[in-house]
Design a protein around this ligand. Structure first.
Ligand SMILES: *Cc1c(COP(=O)(O)O)cnc(C)c1O
Length: 317
């Protein structure tokens, strides 16, 4: 109920991950029937989550419409008009980890919602609300174009599915949110029992939802780190080791937001020093880019600056 409220849905259901959310929605609402998906959205997310395979597992039939680069509303309405296709749902899948550029055309959730069957939108990353009311300064510029649960439901999606551990900033989980009757059908399906998370996940999600409802982005580590101003990071970096300060970028979403970069500041050292840093006590996790080892201060809690300073000082040379 808390998550439903935070994204403006009638109801919501929590499962183990977004792959499970998509599987359950398809099994509960379209088994034995057709689900129309654009050929440009037959995605593979990392870890073997492929829309055609999930569809097959659910017992729903994939009805491919349009082409790789261009899909029109007429492609969907033709599929829906076909008795043989027996379309129960249209499925809109966010191209989380790739882009299609050039001579392209695609249909929006708003367009699809005008058709005769419900639209399910797999938005993936789980931005709850494009207005980011939990951030004092509103949405950061790097978020541009990322679909949000509240706005996707407002645009006419009957259901949205998203991950708990990408932009939502919570534990690994999958959320199904939207129309109460459709969420109830998912909850009553036998697979729901197999896909439900444990109480630790529900507890963590409850804290997260309460933080969103209290508009307290600082209580959500992901948003706290993602919204620290670059100047604040620079001041901290100068305080740790002025000679190593370098501008860098943070990449949010664990590969699920291609091209999205948050300007940041870190410490940079020549060569690959990640093994030495990791072997320290406590271990410090850095990354290597262009032959340099980078410690991005956006991902370091300010209380740990002294730890980073000591780890860098302890490196030979
Ligand atoms: C990440 C993602 C998934 C899978 O989510 P998990 O929670 O990792 O299972 C499904 N669909 C989209 C669009 C995604 O971005």
């Amino acid at each position: 109920r808390l998550i439903a409220r935070a994204c403006g849905a009638e109801a919501a259901l929590v499962v183990n991950n977004c792959a499970a959310a998509v599987l359950l929605v398809l099994a509960a609402l379209a088994s034995g029937r057709g689900v129309a998906v654009s050929r440009g959205e037959l995605v593979e997310i990392g870890g073997g989550f492929r829309i055609p395979d999930v569809m097959a597992q659910s017992g729903a039939r994939l009805i491919e419409v349009g082409t790789t680069n261009r899909t029109r509303l007429a492609d969907f309405s033709a599929a829906i008009a076909s008795p043989a296709a027996d379309v129960a749902l249209t499925l809109n899948v966010h191209r989380s980890n790739y882009r299609i550029e050039g001579f392209t055309e695609s249909t929006s959730v708003a367009d699809l919602s005008g058709l005769d069957v419900p639209v399910v939108a797999d938005i993936g990353s789980g931005l709850l609300d494009a207005a980011c009311p939990w951030l004092a300064d509103g949405p950061p510029s790097w978020l541009r174009g990322e679909p949000a649960a509240r706005q996707t439901l407002e645009a006419g999606a009957a259901l949205v599915t998203f991950s708990g551990d990408k932009l939502l900033g919570g534990p690994q989980a999958g959320i199904i949110a939207g129309r109460a009757d459709m969420v109830a059908a998912c909850a009553e399906h036998p697979l729901a029992r197999a896909l439900r998370p444990g109480s630790l996940v529900l507890h963590a999600l409850q804290d997260l939802a309460l933080a969103y409802l209290a508009r307290d982005g600082d209580a959500i580590p992901f948003w706290r780190m993602a919204s620290i101003p670059v100047d604040v990071l620079r001041t901290r970096a100068l305080g740790i080791r002025a000679d190593l300060v370098e501008d860098t970028v943070s990449v949010p979403g664990g590969g699920t937001l291609p091209g999205v970069e948050i300007p940041s500041v870190g410490l940079s050292m020549p060569g690959d020093r990640v093994g030495e840093l990791r072997a320290g006590n406590p271990p410090v996790i850095a990354r290597v880019a262009d032959g340099s080892t980078i410690l991005d201060l956006r991902t370091v809690h300010p209380n740990d600056d002294a730890v980073v300073a000591a780890a860098v000082a302890a490196l030979a040379g």
